[in-house]
Design a protein. Structure first.
Lengths: 195, 177
């Protein structure tokens, strides 16, 4: 009788661990790799990855190429290794600010705080001989990297949206007739409550 | 005999130190003071000091920058709280002249009034701190947003194409994308 009870207790304990573990894993899946360059797409942003019928965050696009048309803009994506190699580069792995993507009639452009607005993708992601995508090799655990709002004290990305949107409007948007109010704010992408 | 050998070694050591020290000091010279106001000009920027030589020899309200923005720094507080200033040429159609962007004060004509003698209007140059040339280069990590912000404000106010302005990557000499 006592042995049976112990067995039940162990099974119950393991089931609880398993369920709890699933929940923890689910809660920590912050990013998904977006083909063809394996840039990280934020699953933590409801506007960029709304929940599907079963409640799973699902990216609003399936790939991020030069010809992708974003349903909303800007969209945030991240290369956590961008500034790692080289001497004198400012951020360590996982600290670099993310990029903002915008539509133009000639293809996607992206805003980087240091490099400004440029056509997508950067040369680093393209095989110089074949022109084929040269995807990022993501390390295990990339999906668990901290969300952008969580890393704000490091990368100061609270300035990113105001600057990215302003730069896009000045470089392209105004000429294209894009309304400034149509651009997403940091609060909308981060899912902050309305003011 | 032993004493002579020891002296020779000592002499040799001094010669080596004497030869290497100047090159070490040279490598650490990050800033130069720019007349007539003695603001610091970045020798560490390949775009603003190609080959270690500043693009301009003085910084007055009539100086024309070959590229913009330039970047200067007043390291003596409280001015600008030691945040560097991106500087720009106003378009000649709008009167020309040099402008500087301060995070707190926005875009204004060069120079700041405190660098002018209030009675005569003559330059009242700063006194840079001792060893100013060795002050560390501006941290891109801390001021990465300064250049895009200043560029956007300047582009918006003066109608200069944003894409014609240097990015932080050019000023800091980072490899291309």
């Amino acid at each position: 009788m006592g042995k049976k009870r112990t067995c039940y207790l162990i099974i119950l304990f393991m089931a609880a661990l398993l369920l709890g573990g699933f929940q923890v894993t689910q809660a920590q899946t912050n990013w998904t790799a977006m083909p063809p360059y394996n840039l990280l797409w934020p699953l933590w942003s409801a506007v960029q990855s709304p929940a599907n019928a079963s409640g799973t965050p699902t990216p609003i696009i399936t790939s991020l190429t030069r010809n992708t048309v974003l349903p909303v803009q800007p969209c945030l994506a991240w290369d956590p290794y961008w500034y790692t190699p080289g001497v004198g580069l400012p951020w360590s792995m996982g600290e670099s600010p993310p990029w903002l993507f915008y539509n133009t009639p000639t293809g996607l452009v992206f805003f980087d705080t240091v490099y400004g607005i440029n056509s997508w993708p950067p040369a680093k992601y393209v095989n110089p001989t074949t022109g084929a995508p040269n995807p990022i090799s993501l390390l295990p655990g990339y999906s668990l990297l901290a969300t952008t709002p969580a890393t704000l004290p490091i990368n100061k990305a609270e300035y990113l949206f105001s600057l990215g949107n302003l730069s896009y409007l000045l470089a392209y948007g105004n000429a294209l007739g894009v309304s400034p109010s149509s651009l997403l704010t940091a609060a909308q992408v981060f899912g902050l409550p309305a003011v | 005999m032993f004493k002579a050998k020891k002296s020779l070694i000592l002499l040799f050591t001094f010669v080596i130190i004497g030869l290497t020290l100047p090159s070490l000091v040279q490598a650490q010279a990050y800033w130069t003071s720019m007349p007539p106001y003695n603001v610091l000009w970045p020798l560490w920027s390949p775009a603003l000091s190609p080959g270690g030589t500043p693009l301009v020899t003085s910084l007055t309200k009539n100086t024309i920058l070959p590229v913009q923005p330039g970047l200067v720094w007043n390291p003596t507080p409280p001015a600008g709280l030691s945040i560097p200033w991106p500087i720009y040429n106003a378009p000649s159609t709008l009167g020309g002249g040099l402008l500087y962007f301060d995070l707190y004060y926005g875009l204004n004509p060069w120079p700041p009034s405190y660098m002018l003698n209030s009675a005569t209007g003559a330059p009242a140059p700063l006194t840079p701190p001792v060893g100013y040339t060795f002050l560390l280069p501006t941290s891109l990590k801390n001021y990465g947003y300064l250049i895009p912000l200043a560029n956007s404000v300047f582009s918006y106010q003066y109608g200069v194409p944003l894409t014609s302005l240097l990015t932080a990557s050019s000023i800091w000499g980072l490899p291309p994308l």
